[in-house]
Design a protein around this ligand. Structure first.
Ligand code: ARG
Length: 461
């Protein structure tokens, strides 16, 4: 980072330079330089429009295009020295361009302001980020399907209140997350529509006096439409808030999965193993293998919630139009992008590294009277009203608990004390396989339904 006194673009109006502290306080180049590709893309589209409209000459455009190609090369190779004297990514690039091509570089900013420029850059950046996230989400969801398919018929206890409730298959459980992340993908796709509008042309806030062609610029940059109102175009960051809200929801889902992975991996539960490359050991306890990745993901969820609150608070009560507050939008936004992107990349890989301990799941299933509801349904099918069946089974569970067995451990004689409707056929109903197979409607946990859901899921992906 270099620093030369009064190099400011706006030096004409000022009689003294700002202090180093103020310079550092007001500069954004340290963090907004990551938008350099979008900034150059936006500038080139703007320059082409200016030339097309006869606002700058064809020669100017040629100079700008040639200069920008070199600036891009210099940035790519790490040669360009970013300067906080030039405040942000926009002025750094413009200054370098001008050093390379002279007056044409100084004409680039005709009919434009950094206010509409930065709003355009963020939207381009976010659009790229959303497209990346969609690719990662797809890979992750595809890995979830593969895992679900492998374990489509593997019984595990389903829980409510973290108490054994009813048998489900592990594949069915995994598909629940497939659905959650599917809605997340929809949310990003929906947010993208509102990101994908062009602010350029709004200039500082009121539009510009040049005969610009905004539709042409929008077209060049792949924007679906132009922002209709110049004041709104430069000032609102609702699209960034919406994106971060989608990130927060996604991370909420990630945190739920993480919590389960951590729990399942606990030796007290022992339902799964996560591949070693996602775990770390302890510096003191040699026996430990800790699920660090899901724990960190659970922790990073709070971080993304924080970025959402930052952005909401940043925007709250801001008068129209642009205010410098908005420069503070970038760090939360970039952090949300980075966190979500890294998390999804890791989770897509980690999902493929999960191995199931079916024996432990099976053992857990024999400990919580998981087929009690099946017994009640059995009695209902024999004519007992559901509430009476519920009560009869409650007594049976109490007796089994007293005897120290699961429901199939009761003799037929013992069963009949609770209802004379119970026959020998009750024992098939009480098996985990029978319980699973009987939930055979769409959305149910029967292995055949899980396989059908997997086929549909693959189609939707
Ligand atoms: N770095 C600024 C930002 O991030 C660019 C816009 C500055 N505009 C201004 N009028 N100071 O928002």
């Amino acid at each position: 980072m270099t620093s030369n006194a009064n190099q400011y673009t706006w030096a004409g109006r000022f009689s003294e330079p700002v202090s180093d502290l103020v310079k550092r306080y007001t500069a954004s180049v340290d963090f907004d330089q990551r938008m350099w590709r979008q900034d150059i893309r936006g500038s080139l589209a703007h320059a082409r429009m200016l030339a097309r409209q006869g606002i700058i000459s064809a020669q100017d455009l040629a100079d700008i295009e040639r200069g920008m190609a070199q600036v891009a090369e210099e940035i790519e190779s790490g040669q360009l020295e970013w300067s906080i004297d030039l405040e942000d990514v926009h002025l750094n690039i413009e200054k370098r361009l001008t050093a390379l091509v002279g007056d044409a570089g100084k004409r680039l900013h005709t009919g434009r302001s950094r206010n509409d420029q930065v709003a355009t850059d963020i939207r381009l950046y976010l659009r790229d980020a959303i497209d990346d996230i969609q690719v990662l989400l797809k890979a992750f969801r595809s890995a979830l399907i593969d895992l679900a398919e492998k374990e489509a018929a593997t019984p595990m206890p389903g829980f409510t209140h973290l108490q054994v409730a009813q048998p489900v298959t592990f594949g069915h459980h995994v598909l629940a997350y497939f659905e959650m992340f599917g809605r997340d993908a929809e949310r990003f796709a929906d947010a993208r529509k509102r990101v994908n509008r062009l602010p350029l042309g709004a200039a500082a806030l009121a539009g510009t006096t040049y005969p610009i062609d905004r539709e042409y610029v929008a077209d060049q940059l792949g924007f679906e439409a132009v922002c209709e109102n110049s004041l709104d175009a430069v000032s609102d960051r609702d699209f960034a808030i919406e994106f971060t809200a989608a990130c927060a929801l996604l991370m909420m889902h990630i945190s739920r999965l993480s919590e389960e992975l951590v729990m399942w991996m606990s030796p007290r539960v022992g339902f799964i193993q996560i591949a070693d490359r996602f775990c770390t050991g302890s510096s003191i306890m040699p026996q430990k293998k800790n699920p660090d990745v899901p724990e960190l993901a659970r922790g990073k969820t709070g971080r993304v919630y924080g970025q959402l609150i930052s952005l909401l608070t940043l925007m709250k009560s801001q008068p129209l139009a642009y205010n410098k507050d908005n420069q503070e939008d970038k760090e939360p936004l970039f952090d949300a992008v980075d966190t979500v992107t890294d998390t999804l990349r890791i989770f897509a890989d980690m999902a493929g590294g999960i191995t199931v301990r079916a024996d432990n799941m099976q053992a857990a299933l024999t400990q919580g009277f998981a087929t009690a509801t099946d017994l009640a349904d059995y009695l209902v099918k024999k004519g007992l009203p559901f509430r009476d069946a519920h009560e009869a089974v409650g007594h049976a569970v109490k007796a089994a608990e007293f005897k120290g067995v699961d429901l199939p451990g009761l003799t037929l004689e013992e069963f009949r004390q609770f209802s004379p409707l119970i026959d020998d056929d009750v024992y098939t109903v009480l098996t985990v396989e029978g319980s699973l197979a009987s939930r055979k409607h769409i959305g149910g946990t029967a292995p055949e339904q899980v396989r059908a859901a997997i086929a549909r899921a693959r189609n939707r992906l």
